[in-house]
Design a protein around this ligand. Structure first.
Ligand code: ADP
Ligand code: MG
Length: 571
């Protein structure tokens, strides 16, 4: 397909940008998130004209979080569009987050002149983007020729959603975007890959080995991870858990796969079940830091693991896996349910009772915390005011970030539907909230409540304008205790500076949304918070609730203070 230099007026022509849009359309891409500028402004326009929704954000990082939220919710890659060098780099944290969390996403970026970049002659926004993206992406490609556009996009889609999903980088040079070619020839190159996310059927031996191990367990436990949520095997997972009566705990983004008030949920006896379980079945969950690597005082030292994962490289990464099951969760869990006919599994009444008994004192302790009536509110009383409302909106999408806001929010706010909770995930990254809220609202067309710490909100607060511009039904709730962690720290500067963890406790974040025509609330009591939340949700209008909570509540680094090095000083 020759690039046409001097086209005559009657030739039927197209260009690189249009071919990119046509190829995305051919692959069923319906939405793109991004920030426009040189050289991709017209690409976004062409996409919009072709019926692809373009959600223009205020920062590439948030746009990338929105795209990966869409990817997690739909099993289709979310698309982030960025400009060259600085915009590309701004998007990279989100790309890395997608890769780390296993969310399918493609960052498509314009890039400057290869010849000038390669000879380091100083181009406008010049950067060797494809190479830089590599360590942060599952795959990183560049398309150099217009006849390769359809292949490049097909490869990016396959890389994003086959096997363990992840972030993919796709570099489009300015020369490629501007190339002019014959339209009929270009149209002939278009295709959608067949079965881009193929099933991975587990071997019968691996299923048999795993089921025998579980059947022989005295104290079996299932841990559901976000890989299981992603797989969309909801009914079969529920069937296996209910038929076997095995207690389970959900990792935070697997909450709602079964409703959190399910009698077999051992979430409030987490410590007890980890210390005691003799066989743990990991379903789409990794034994990473979030599970203390399966080692140490939190775990029964003799525990044996069954692990269901699509990625065979995951097994034995932290602890030896006695029964690895390499397969996609849909296929693996189907095989498990079918296998119950020949290998029946039933958790013993003794074990189930012991787990239920262990929940009682913890549930009681939680009740006391939730019903604290002190003012200003603390995390628990504020979350309880929200819970009372949210328990009536069981299909609400919940976004949650912050330190204590996340840790306590995860424990207090119950989920009832799969894939309705999005949070900091595997990496503990802050600044995901507004992007996730945008991605969830755009993808589902439904209401979203974002529960944000004041510091977490600060990373991407400008996206409030995006939420208002697109009139998204997002209620953002800011737990304002005036600080990173909290505002209980003293000034050590000797010059009256705020401490490193201090933010403005008297800040009126609510005023921010007023600037963009959204609905503000400033609340100080649980009653005011419940009422504002109820009104915000009912209105379906962009709403921001600034919740005053006690400056001293919350602990440094939330539940993971042990990871925070404190050697000689204890200030
Ligand atoms: P969590 O943080 O909830 O514990 P992780 O992100 O650590 O979850 O683990 C998710 C795991 O699920 C990853 O190891 C990933 O390879 C796996 N996974 C993702 N999608 C699928 C799928 N469709 N089938 C099987 N495993 C999957
Ligand atoms: Mg705070």
């Amino acid at each position: 397909m020759a690039t046409i230099q001097n086209p005559t007026p009657d030739t039927n022509l197209t260009d690189g940008m249009h071919i990119v849009v046509d190829a995305l359309k051919k692959n069923g891409i319906e939405t793109m998130y991004g920030v426009v500028g040189i050289p991709i402004t017209d690409l976004a326009r062409h996409a919009q004209e072709a019926g692809i929704r373009f959600i223009g954000c205020r920062h590439e990082q948030s746009a990338g979080y929105a795209a990966q939220a869409a990817g997690f919710l739909t099993k289709k890659p979310g698309i982030l569009l960025t400009v060259s060098a600085p915009g590309f780099l701004n998007g990279l944290t989100s790309l890395a987050n997608a890769t780390t969390n296993g969310f399918p996403m493609i960052q498509i970026s314009g890039s400057s002149d290869r010849a000038i970049i390669d000879l380091q002659q100083g181009d406008y926004e010049g950067l060797d983007q494809m190479s830089i993206a590599k360590p942060f992406a599952k795959a990183s490609y560049r398309i150099n020729k217009p006849e390769d556009i359809a292949t490049g996009i097909a490869r990016a889609i396959r890389a994003a959603i086959s096997g363990r999903p992840g972030g993919v980088y796709l570099d489009l040079t300015t020369a490629l975007l501007a190339s002019v070619v014959d339209k009929d020839a270009a149209d002939k190159t278009l295709f959608a890959p067949v079965d881009p996310s193929p099933a991975l059927i587990p071997s019968p031996e691996s299923i048999d080995r795993a089921m025998k191990l579980i059947a022989g367990a005295k104290k079996p436990l299932i841990i559901l991870g976000k890989g299981a949520a992603y797989a969309q095997a909801d009914d079969t997972i529920k069937e296996f858990i209910e038929k076997t009566n095995i207690p389970y705990i959900p990792m935070s983004m697997a909450k709602g796969l079964l409703p959190d008030n399910h009698p077999q949920s051992a979430a409030s006896a987490r410590g007890f079940v980890l210390e005691n379980a003799d066989v743990v079945v990991l379903m789409g969950a990794r034994l990473n830091w979030l599970l203390s690597h399966g080692k140490g005082k939190h775990w029964n030292p003799n525990v044996q693991f069954v692990q269901l994962d699509i990625d065979g490289m995951e097994f034995d990464s932290n602890r030896p896996i006695a029964a690895p099951v390499a397969g996609d969760i849909v296929s693996s869990i189907n095989a498990f349910v079918a296998g119950l006919a020949t290998t029946p599994i039933k958790a013993s009444d003794d074990w189930v009772k012991a787990v239920n008994d262990a929940k009682i004192p913890n549930d009681e302790k939680m009740k006391v915390k939730l019903n604290n009536t002190d003012l200003p509110m603390d995390y628990f009383s504020a979350l309880n005011a929200m819970k009372k409302v949210l328990d009536n909106y069981k299909d609400m999408y919940i976004i949650n970030e912050g330190a204590n806001t996340l840790d306590d929010g995860r424990n207090v706010i119950d989920m009832y539907k799969p894939r309705h909770r999005l949070d900091c995930g595997t990496w503990g990254v802050m600044g995901v909230g507004m992007g996730f809220a945008i991605g969830a609202a755009v993808t589902s067309g439904e209401s979203v409540v974002a529960i944000e710490g004041d510091s977490a909100f600060g990373f991407d607060g400008m996206e409030i304008e995006t939420i208002c511009r697109f009139k998204l039904p997002v209620t953002t709730v800011i737990f304002n205790n005036g600080g990173i962690y909290n505002d209980s720290h003293v000034d050590l500067s000797g010059r009256g500076d705020p401490s490193p963890t201090t933010l403005m406790a008297d800040a009126h974040y609510d005023k921010m949304i007023e600037a963009f025509g959204g609905v503000p609330y400033f609340v100080q009591t649980p009653e005011e918070l419940s009422k504002a939340l109820e009104e915000g949700i009912a209105s379906k209008k962009p709403t921001l609730i600034n919740v005053v909570i006690n400056r001293t509540c919350g602990t440094e680094s939330g539940h993971i203070g042990n990871l925070n090095p404190k050697v000689l000083s204890n200030k």
